[in-house]
Write a protein that binds this ligand. Structure first.
Ligand code: GTP
Ligand code: MG
Length: 306
């Protein structure tokens, strides 16, 4: 019986070789291009609810949808806070959808690299819309935008016209913004929030020349705005494809991923070398006591092991 292989960082060398071979075969086959969308938002912004609603719409349109996640906390918890299947009842049970929580990994970089490979595997398996979710904290948005074509930033309605501490850098990654929970009592607040964001966006340089970032209002609960949001994603993606922008984005992403993989190999080799070096402990001890400078100590260790 075939043994399942995983993309985790701890993979055995022979499994790694098999995975590399599969990935190379997929790349050589050039599977039909899919739409890769990164989705981020602060905890509780309504990501899971929106993905379920958008995913249902996509299934109705005849798409096959994969939902992957990059969870920056999985390195610590060993589990995933995302991919909560209870909030995605249709997607988690449909045969035309695939929901996969974040892979475990030592580092955010490792998790993102494994998810990048996951995107390819899903495309080879015939999924033509790939949604990659991440929670809006820290560096994970950058990691997700490095493996997707378009980045959708979700914002929960908030009273007042402040930008809720969303970092400018994250806003600059967004290709689209959607204010969630545009329903019931929150409707008016969602509208105020949306116009505050639209105003702020008009002051930012668009991410790609000629592609103005649009602010949408959606409700994952009642489904309003979902059709329009998808239409915007689809038409923007189509324009990116026909202008050649998509090809250049993916080419740059492949290059970035190559360097990241190379760096990971270098790092792994050193961690391995360090684990076998008894004097390393003494060096760390000297550094932590303040008897040696981290820079000179690291240099000494490097020179000795090369
Ligand atoms: N009124 C309203 N509530 C919503 C909507 N979407 C989500 N919520 C509520 O907001 C809360 C958080 O929703 P989730 O979809 O779990 O949000 P999330 O961003 O996935 O949250 P985390 O996974 O914890 O980061 C839940 O109580 C939802 O019921 C919406 O469109 N309208
Ligand atoms: Mg969620």
């Amino acid at each position: 019986m075939a043994r399942a292989v995983t993309l985790a960082e701890s993979t055995r060398p022979e499994d790694r070789e098999q995975i590399d071979q599969i990935l190379d075969e997929i790349v050589a086959r050039k599977p039909a291009s899919s739409i890769r969308v990164g989705i981020s938002g602060a905890p509780g912004a309504g990501k899971s609810t929106l993905i379920e609603s958008l995913g249902r719409h996509l299934l109705d349109l005849g798409h096959r949808v994969a939902v992957l996640a990059v969870d920056p906390s999985s390195g610590r918890s060993g589990g995933s806070i995302l991919g909560d299947k209870t909030r995605m009842p249709t997607l988690s049970t449909s045969t035309e959808a695939f929901v996969r929580p974040s892979p475990a990994g030592r580092s955010l970089g490792g998790v993102a690299r494994a998810t990048g490979a996951g995107v390819l595997l899903c495309e080879a398996a015939g999924f033509d819309v790939i949604l990659v979710e991440t929670v809006g904290v820290g560096q994970s948005e950058t990691a997700v935008s490095d493996i997707t074509d378009l980045f959708l930033l979700l914002i929960a309605p908030a009273a007042g016209d402040d930008l809720q501490g969303i970092k400018r850098g994250v806003m600059e990654l967004a290709d689209l913004i959607a204010v969630t929970k545009h329903d019931g009592d929150l409707k008016t607040i969602a509208e105020t929030t949306a116009s505050a964001y639209a105003g702020a966006l008009s002051l930012l340089r668009p991410k790609h020349g000629g592609y103005q970032v649009q602010t949408h209002m959606v409700s994952g609960l009642d489904g309003s705005g979902i059709t329009e949001l998808w239409e915007q994603i689809r038409s923007t993606h189509e324009r990116m494809a026909s202008s050649g922008l998509l090809d250049s984005i993916r080419a740059a992403q492949n290059e970035t991923a190559f360097w990241a993989e190379l760096m990971a190999n270098v790092q792994d080799a050193h961690i391995e070398a360090a684990a076998n070096d008894r004097s390393l402990g003494e060096l760390v001890e000297l550094v932590s006591r303040g008897s040696r400078h981290p820079r000179s100590a690291a240099r000494e260790f490097w020179d000795r092991t090369h």
